[in-house]
Design a protein around this ligand. Structure first.
Ligand code: 7LV
Length: 336
C-alpha cells in the first residue's frame, strides 16, 4: 500500500484514522505547504466495485459546489488502488453525535444551525442539484461551530433542471419523504425540504420524529406516510408551525426553500434573511492568494490565475483553496 500512498505523501503528512463510512476511511492529515489540517477520505477502488461511477458523480458535484456551509473538496488523487479525496477538516465531527451528546439543542442553537443548513441547500438548489440524503450524519461541525454539508454521493442534477421529476429511490428510509417511499415521481427540491424538516425536529427534540421506540421499517413508513410524529409539550408554537409546514405529506403543500429563507421562525433574533449565496465563488479569485502563489512558484500572476481557473483539483487547487481558508480565518497566508 505504501507505493500507492507515494503521491499523497508528497503533499500531506498523514495521521490517525478519524472515522470510516462505507468503503472509505477518513484520516486526519496536514497539508505541507500551508500547514493546514485536512481530512483525507481514502476509498479502495476494488471494494467500490460498480459504485465507482456514483463516487465520480459525488466528486463532480463537490467540484462544482463551493460554499461556506459545504465541506470543501481541495484535491483529488487517483492511484491504481485508491481514490484520495482531500477535504475540509471539521474538528466537531458529525452533527448527529453533537446533538446526541447534548441530548437536544435550545431553540436558539437549533435556529443558528438550521439557518446554515437552509443556506447550504438553497445554494445547492441554485446550482441545479438536489442533495437527497440530508441527515445529521451527513452534516459536520467545524471548530467555529459552523456546519458543513457532506456526502453528495446521492445528489442529482436532473438534465432538464431541478423542477424535473426524479424517480430513483435513494437516501435513508427514515429521512425519505413520503413520495419517495411510495416510489412516486418526485421533485428533488421538495424531498430536500422534507429531510430538512426531519433534521430540524432532531435538532429541537434530540430524537428522530418517525422512528419512536418500535422502529421497525414498516412502522416508520406508516408514520411517515401519515405524517404522524409526536410534539413534545415544551416545543414552542412557532417551532411546531414550522415543522408542520415542512413535514407536509403532500409535497405541493410543503413550504419551499425560498419561503424558508425569510420564515418568521428563522428570522427570530435575526435582522436579515438567510444568506444563501456563496462567499467562495469559483470565478473571482483572491488577489492576495494569487500573489502569494506567484511568488512561491516563481510564475506570473496571469499564469497562476490561469492554472487555478482550470480547477484540476490538483496540488495547485489545494494550495490556493487552503490559503483562501487561512485568510478567511484571519491567519497569515504564508507558504512554507
Ligand atoms: C459515518 N459517516 C457517514 C462518515 C463519517 C466519517 C468520519 C467523519 N469525521 C469524523 O467522524 N470526525 C470525528 C472528524 C472529522 C473531521 N473532518 C472531517 C472532514 C470531512 C469528513 C468527510 C467524511 C466523509 Cl465519509 C465524506 O464523504 C465527506 Cl464528503 C467528508 N469527515 C470528517 C470527520 C464524519 C463522517
Amino acid at each position: 500500500a505504501s507505493a500507492d500512498y507515494q503521491e499523497v505523501l508528497q503533499y500531506y503528512d498523514l495521521y490517525e484514522t478519524i472515522g470510516s463510512g462505507g468503503f472509505a476511511k477518513v484520516k486526519l492529515a496536514r497539508h505541507l505547504l500551508t500547514g493546514e489540517k485536512v481530512a483525507i477520505k481514502i476509498m479502495d477502488k476494488l471494494a467500490l466495485g460498480d459504485s465507482l461511477s456514483s463516487i465520480k458523480l459525488e466528486i463532480d458535484a463537490m467540484k462544482n459546489l463551493s460554499h461556506q456551509h459545504i465541506c470543501r473538496l481541495y484535491h483529488v488523487i487517483e492511484t491504481s488502488k485508491n481514490i484520495f479525496l482531500v477535504l475540509e477538516y471539521c474538528s466537531g465531527g458529525e452533527l448527529y453525535n453533537y446533538i446526541t451528546s447534548k441530548c437536544r439543542l435550545s431553540e436558539e442553537r437549533s435556529r443558528a444551525f438550521f439557518r446554515q443548513i437552509v443556506s447550504a441547500i438553497a445554494y445547492v438548489h441554485s446550482q441545479g442539484y438536489a442533495h437527497r440524503d440530508i441527515k445529521p450524519e451527513n452534516v459536520l461541525v467545524d471548530e467555529e461551530h459552523n456546519l458543513k454539508l457532506t456526502d453528495f454521493g446521492l445528489c442529482a442534477k436532473p438534465k432538464g433542471g431541478l423542477d424535473k421529476p426524479l424517480h430513483t429511490r435513494c437516501g435513508s428510509p427514515a429521512y425519505a419523504a413520503p413520495e419517495v417511499i411510495q416510489g412516486k415521481a418526485y421533485i428533488g427540491s421538495e424531498v430536500d425540504v422534507w429531510s430538512m424538516g426531519v433534521l430540524l425536529y432532531t435538532l429541537l427534540c434530540g430524537v428522530h420524529p418517525f422512528d419512536a421506540g418500535d422502529n421497525t421499517t414498516m412502522s416508520v413508513y406508516r408514520r411517515v406516510l401519515n405524517g404522524e410524529y409526536n410534539i413534545p409539550e415544551w416545543l414552542s408554537p412557532s417551532s411546531m408551525l414550522l415543522l408542520n409546514q415542512m413535514l407536509q405529506v403532500d409535497p405541493k403543500k410543503r413550504i419551499t426553500v425560498k419561503h424558508l429563507l425569510h420564515h418568521p421562525w428563522l428570522m427570530e433574533g435575526y435582522s436579515r434573511a438567510v444568506k444563501w449565496q456563496t462567499d467562495y465563488p469559483l470565478v473571482q479569485l483572491d488577489e492576495e492568494c494569487i500573489a502569494e502563489l506567484s511568488v512561491f512558484y516563481k510564475q506570473s500572476k496571469e499564469t497562476i490565475l490561469d492554472l487555478i481557473s482550470e480547477w484540476k483539483y490538483d496540488e495547485m487547487s489545494a494550495t490556493y483553496l487552503l490559503l483562501q481558508s487561512k485568510k478567511a480565518r484571519g491567519k497569515p497566508i504564508r507558504l512554507r
